[in-house]
Ligand binder design. Structure first.
Ligand SMILES: C[S@@+](CC[C@H](N)C(=O)[O-])C[C@H]1O[C@@H](n2cnc3c(N)ncnc32)[C@H](O)[C@@H]1O
Length: 303
């Protein structure tokens, strides 16, 4: 059976919020191309003289999805890069402002199953870099960070309580040998917490997610993207963010709120999703990876 690169989450809802029907000629940036599901639908829904800029920091996503979208009529640009650099990416392509930004955060299913060190289900080198050119990988963090730094990562990004226990177990392990594989980390966790085979999945997910967020500096990148969005979106331009972690959702929610248009502001957001949007029961049943998704959208308004 051919496995899908990624099943898009909240696909139609994303499209409905992203494309402002009052704008005729769009310039839209899909910041997280992944398997190209979002970009495919967007390119079907914008006119031919519109542009779609597809960004991903993972070269595998660019290679896969540029093939998938080869036959599309809309003008599509592909760029391997970090969405934190969206201003430079857009400017380098010759645009000063754009009409839409979408970011579907986290990992694609392909990354989880085929790339090294993201999943506790496969025993591989513990890498976790979405961009293999970036300097720090999970192994470096696990082998070089101090106990307090590891504890911060597991508590803040993984929401693991009393995580110093886990950090100490890692530090004890690395006295004996360098921690190099996902299997070694799984063993450390299972031994320390005596998880056996009962319910380790949730705990393991949290620990792996925490490391992934730290390796890829995901929260800082999101903050940079949001700050740039207000600068580069034109009047009526929209931003849609789909997040899978409560910290990410809080960052998006607060950013929209703090920049909501008021009388004394020259430019601000009209919040389009007064309440956060989550996938339906049917969608989660079809695609369990959708279960933690939260979508928020806003439109730029000039006073
Ligand atoms: C959930 S997938 C996106 C799936 C996509 N919406 C689709 O329809 O297939 C997230 C993608 O975002 C990419 N990504 C994560 N953080 C990024 C960043 N800071 N800059 C660029 N791409 C990023 C990942 O490499 C991954 O391919």
């Amino acid at each position: 059976m051919k496995t899908e690169y990624h099943i898009p989450v909240l696909l139609e809802t994303m499209n409905m919020y992203l494309i402002n029907p009052k704008i005729d000629k769009h310039i839209i940036v899909d910041c997280t191309l992944g398997g190209g599901g979002y970009s495919e639908l967007i390119s079907d829904n914008i006119k031919e003289d519109s542009k779609l800029i597809c960004v991903d920091k993972d070269i595998n996503a660019i290679n896969h999805s540029s093939k998938r979208l080869e036959s599309r009529k809309a003008n599509i640009f592909f760029k391997q890069g970090n969405f934190a650099e969206i201003k430079n990416i857009v400017n380098d392509l010759g645009f000063n402002s754009i009409t839409g930004i979408v970011a579907d955060l986290g990992l694609s299913s392909y990354q989880l199953t085929h790339e090294e060190g993201f999943s506790f289900m496969n025993d591989t080198a513990i890498d976790m870099r979405a961009d293999k050119n970036s300097s720090i990988d999970a192994s470096q963090i696990l082998n070089e960070y101090k106990e307090s730094q590891l504890t911060y990562i597991f508590e803040t990004f993984g929401e693991i309580k009393k995580a110093s226990r886990l950090s100490r177990a890692i530090i004890n392990f690395r006295k004996t040998k360098k921690l190099e594989t996902t299997g070694e980390l799984v063993n450390i966790i299972q031994k320390e917490y005596d998880l056996k085979k009962s319910v380790p999945v949730k705990f393991l997910s949290k620990a792996f997610q925490a490391l992934r967020i730290a390796v890829n500096d995901e929260l800082n990148d999101l903050e940079k993207l949001l700050a740039s969005s207000l600068e580069i979106l034109s009047d009526g331009g929209r931003i849609v963010v789909v997040s899978y972690h409560s910290l990410e959702d809080r960052i998006v929610k607060n950013f929209f709120k703090n920049n909501e248009i008021k009388n004394d502001m020259a430019k601000g957001f009209k919040i389009l999703t007064k309440k956060v949007i989550m996938p339906s029961y049917e969608e989660v049943k079809r695609n369990s990876k959708a279960r933690s998704a939260k979508l928020r959208a806003a439109e730029v308004v000039l006073a």
